[in-house]
Design a protein around this ligand. Structure first.
Ligand code: NAD
Length: 487
């Protein structure tokens, strides 16, 4: 098998197997070929992973921040050296084209280790609070054992975005990748240990929706960070509340992208395409509701159709390929059902709309699809599709489009294309979302906070903000005189 790891889990610095766990297969989405066969974690594996993390964490937290940062930085360097190999693995795991993975996946994971390694070396400092004689100080302390649970669209990036700030702050992490993409996180664990991470601090265990709760409910876990759908988020947050664990929720979206008639139309089309078709549309922050001003609608759709139909669909390992398959057959069928709903509810199909005919029937391919004349109440405008389906909606008036853009339970992201800088800021100020873009879309460098509002979640990943979610404040009051008790 093309990508069979040494064993299913990585615990305490080494690969570990427990054949008592249910067998599951990892399929290459471009061909349906079985590329690895793994076992889901048994309760014994979960105990082993959490126990080793718990044992290793205090010593790690006691190391100097510079020493911790140096290890993370070394991991970043190894990831960059092995970018090609890691990108090929990511392509096998997800089906995403190598053209993307080579620039977006291991490299963004490496950025995360480099950033948090540097930040922590620069100091995760507390404050000194003068109290007129007495004083207090605060310090940021790690939480302990943190659990990361990943989605399948950016498996390596998610494993790093959770692992890097957790480790930088002095925590240990037990990470469970999505059952659809189990392979990348094992490599991240391997690389971290090659870089000098002491054993037990970054463990990877496999499993699905039945395995996740065993981690979330475990009494020795202090925090859970989930990347997944809103329904899963609700379940995980509810379970974590049972033992008052801290949570970070990176959930789904149905984000608006508003294109005004004064926008640079080619940039706006490029932004809309990147924000709908990159990673075959499997990106949580995608701007899937594209509101286009009626004055430019005809021109926008004409150019968008031509550019969409020219996209190269095919073998993800071919560097010329721009569109790979969906991650799984189930996800492709789900997206096809949404396309059928779009047609049935009266949206106008502008491009795509089915399975491409230039690829073998074994892969889970779907054409990049554009619908126009979409209305706010249509199913495709309300629900997260998580596939390459762009909905174009008309608008004329700024006030109304803001209300329509906000008329969703989600609040992950949003964007605006306009040449009017005042309007741009006015709009983003009123859009209800965690991350917003002006005249671009979906750029998420590690330096900026990323996360959602409303049902799209809470907590932030990346940037200095992430440190607050992997540490807590400890306050120390220091008395300089005698205690004067009234009794
Ligand atoms: P999912 O919710 O089905 O699964 C996510 C992860 O949660 C998987 O590892 C799964 O095994 C685990 N899980 C499922 N049920 C669980 C439970 N009860 N307890 C603990 N763990 C459980 O999501 P998916 O289909 O893998 O990913 C797609 C979703 O993720 C989309 O909604 C997308 O928008 C979202 N997403 C969000 C972000 C973000 O940063 N906001 C990024 C990527 C994906």
């Amino acid at each position: 098998m093309k990508a069979q790891p040494k064993a299913s889990h990585f615990i305490d610095g080494e690969y570990v197997e427990d054949t008592a766990g249910a067998v599951f297969e990892s399929l290459y989405p471009a061909t349906g070929e079985v590329i690895a066969r793994l076992h889901a974690a048994t309760p014994a594996i979960i105990e082993k992973a959490i126990a080793s993390a718990k044992r290793a964490q205090p010593e790690w937290a006691a190391m100097s921040p510079t020493a911790r940062g140096r290890i993370l930085k070394r991991a970043a360097d190894i990831m960059r050296e092995r970018n090609r190999e890691l990108s090929e693995l990511e392509t096998l795991d997800t089906g995403k084209p190598i053209q993307e993975t080579i620039v977006a996946d291991p490299t963004s994971g490496a950025d995360s280790f480099e950033f948090f390694g540097g930040v922590i070396a620069a100091g995760l400092n507390g404050s000194y609070i003068p109290l007129g004689g007495d004083f207090a100080y605060t310090k940021r302390v790690p939480l302990g054992v943190c659990v990361g649970i990943g989605a399948w669209n950016y498996p390596q990036q998610i494993a790093c975005w959770k692992g890097a700030p957790a480790l930088a702050c002095g925590n240990a992490m037990v990470f469970k990748p999505s059952e659809n993409t189990p392979l990348g996180a094992l490599k991240i664990a391997e690389i971290l240990h090659e870089a000098g991470l002491p054993k037990g601090l970054y463990n990877v265990i496999q499993g699905d929706r039945d395995t996740g709760p065993l981690l979330v409910n475990h009494p020795d876990v202090a925090k859970v960070s989930l990347t997944g759908s809103v329904p899963t988020g609700r379940k995980v947050a509810a379970a974590a509340a049972g033992s008052l664990k801290q949570v970070t929720m990176e959930l789904g979206g149905k984000s608006p992208l508003i294109v005004f008639d004064d926008a640079d139309i080619d940039s706006a089309i490029g932004g809309a395409m990147l924000g709908n078709f990159y990673s075959t549309g499997q990106v949580c922050s995608n701007g899937t509701r594209v509101f286009v001003h009626t004055a430019i609608k005809g021109e926008f759709l004409r150019r968008l159709k031509a550019r969409t139909e020219a996209m190269v669909i095919g073998n993800p390992m071919d560097e010329a390929t721009q569109v790979g398959p969906m991650v799984s057959l189930a996800q492709r069928d789900k997206v096809l059902a949404y396309i059928a709903a779009g047609k049935a509810e009266g949206a106008t199909l502008v491009a795509g709309g089915g399975i491409p005919n230039n690829v073998g029937s074994e892969g889970y391919y779907i054409q990049p699809t554009v619908f126009a004349d979409v209305t706010d109440t249509m199913t495709i405008a309300r629900e997260e599709i998580f596939g390459p389906v762009m909905c174009v909606l008309d608008f004329d008036d700024e006030e109304t489009v803001i209300a329509r853009a906000n008329g969703t339970e989600f609040g992950l992201s949003g964007g605006v294309f306009t040449a009017d800088i005042t309007r741009a800021h006015r709009i983003v100020d009123r859009l209800e979302a965690g991350t917003l873009w002006i005249n671009t879309y979906n750029l998420c460098p590690v330096e900026i906070p990323f996360g959602g509002s409303k049902q799209s979640g809470f907590g932030r990943e990346n940037s200095l903000a992430a440190l607050e979610h992997y540490s807590e404040l400890k306050t120390v009051y220091v008395a300089m005189g005698k205690v004067e008790a009234p009794y």
